[in-house]
Design a protein around this ligand. Structure first.
Ligand SMILES: *Cc1c(COP(=O)(O)O)cnc(C)c1O
Length: 454
């Protein structure tokens, strides 16, 4: 029997990241400060090291991955590409379904792909401490791991609802030496202000980002690290798609569809952009490629948001970026895919969506768990709730192929395992998981407060 796993050797880990900023139809709109002026590199330098600021603004197509970073990647990369044969058979689809399994990292998701280089560049710049936010705990755990590898202290502001729902990720962070606080916290001015206004808030990524940025901006030895959204994070995650492309080439295939969950957009951009780069270069194999970002219907920034300038955090500390947003102070429902509870989407993903070069779909929570459980029973791997979003759409597309008889090649990003999300599955089996309506009124309120630029 043919193997369903397509593996690469350690020396096949890519040596360069791909940067889609080099291949955009029009350049990205620049980030703006609150007064409408263009944010300068020195201003980003208050919370980011020089190499990250450079990558954030770079339009170089290929960016070299430092040796020390690749050495750490070798602990778990290259990640396997797996053909989901048992899922295909159960669905009775003529489509070939492949997933890139990022849950193999020590933290259990794709997020160390950016945490490791971010910690490296900060250490190179003489920084001693990093602050960050985390939703479900995947990014906080990844940065705790990376900080440990490079001797940096890490402080994590963990969104309150996740702090309570996902205690084991908090313990992972602590095992890797990080300090973890429930956000909003009383450690920061913005945290105290939000607690005074909304004492029962479940928290949000936007709020936790405000707390982490406030602390980093106030201390010279401390920088901030963001787990998604920003260009440099999307660049780092391109390793996913670059490896997947090599793996598919080994068996003579090329995807017709690339599907990923979309929170801030780095895991989607990470797997899809290297293929879109082929398309931009006129590669015939990519001519009809579909790239599909999947978001929760309770937090649908691409499908229901507005394309405009908005802040990256709840309190308006970050520069404004032109992106699809639901409004920076919008607090999404406490869905179990904590990593998808972000009000906006990466500028790169947003611009490509606006230009019609990628697609987006919003799916309700219960349907994602239906697909995730079906997948676990056939393929063995228990997916993270965020990843269940991509599985839902991969299954739907495979079923569509069954109707049309098309033998499409479907590639999706299995961004992480769900071993620390089992209480979410427990609620699903108990019939206690809800679908949330799209909160039109809340979003309207939040959008009414958008900054007036762009
Ligand atoms: C964070 C996370 C996501 C969302 O990733 P983005 O890059 O922010 O879109 C998806 N899946 C898992 C497992 C995650 O931890």
């Amino acid at each position: 029997m043919e193997s369903t796993r397509i593996l690469l050797e350690a020396h096949e880990i890519p040596t360069h990241w791909y940067n889609i900023a080099a291949d955009l139809p029009v350049p990205l709109a620049p980030p703006l400060l609150a007064d409408g002026s263009v944010a300068q590199p020195e201003q980003l330098g208050v919370i980011f090291p020089p190499a990250i600021v450079e990558q954030e603004m770079s339009t170089e197509r290929w960016i070299e991955i430092p040796h020390e970073v690749r050495d750490i990647f070798r602990l778990w990369r290259p990640a396997p590409l797996v053909r989901a044969v048992r899922l295909e058979n159960a669905l009775g689809t003529p489509a070939k379904i492949f997933f890139k399994y990022e849950g193999i990292s020590p933290a259990g998701s794709h997020k160390p792909n950016s945490a490791v280089p971010q910690a490296y560049y900060n250490r190179e710049a003489g920084i001693r401490r990093l602050t960050t936010e985390t939703g479900a705990g995947q990014w906080g755990a990844s940065l705790a791991l990376a900080g440990q590898m490079f001797g940096l202290e890490v402080r994590v502001y963990m969104v309150k609802v996740s702090y309570e729902q996902k205690p084991y990720r908090r313990m992972m962070m602590q095992t890797w030496g990080a300090e973890v606080f429930s956000s909003p916290s009383s450690l920061t001015e913005c945290g105290r202000k939000i607690l005074a206004e909304m004492p029962d808030t479940p928290g949000s990524l936007g709020i936790a980002i405000s707390e982490a940025v406030e602390e980093a901006a106030g201390r010279a030895d401390t920088n901030y690290a963001l787990g998604s959204v920003l260009n440099h994070v999307v660049v780092h995650q391109s390793i996913i798609g670059l490896e997947a492309k090599k793996q598919l080439e080994k068996i003579g295939l090329y995807p017709d569809m690339v599907i990923a969950p979309c929170g801030g957009g780095s895991s989607f951009g990470g797997i899809a952009f290297p293929f879109l780069g082929d398309k931009a270069a006129g590669d015939k194999r990519a001519a009809n490629l579909r790239a599909i970002a999947v978001e929760p219907s309770s937090c649908p920034s691409l499908t229901r948001g507005r394309y405009t300038y908005d802040f990256g955090d709840a309190s308006g500390f970050t520069p404004m970026m032109k992106m699809f947003t639901l409004g920076h102070d919008f607090v999404p429902a406490g869905i179990h895919a904590g990593g998808l509870r972000y009000h906006g989407a990466s500028q790169l993903v947003s611009q490509l969506y606006q230009s019609g070069l990628i697609e987006a779909v919003a799916v309700p929570q219960l349907a994602t768990f239906d697909a995730g459980v079906q997948f676990a029973r056939l393929e063995g791997i228990i997916p993270a709730p965020e990843s269940c979003h991509a599985i839902r759409v991969a299954v739907d597309e495979a079923l569509r192929c069954k109707e049309t008889g098309e033998e499409k090649v479907i590639l999706f990003n299995l961004t992480g395992h769900g071993h620390f999300d089992m209480s979410s599955f427990e609620r699903y089996f108990a019939g206690a998981l809800e679908d949330y309506e799209y909160p039109a009124e809340e979003v309207e309120k939040s959008l009414a407060k958008l900054p007036k630029f762009g």
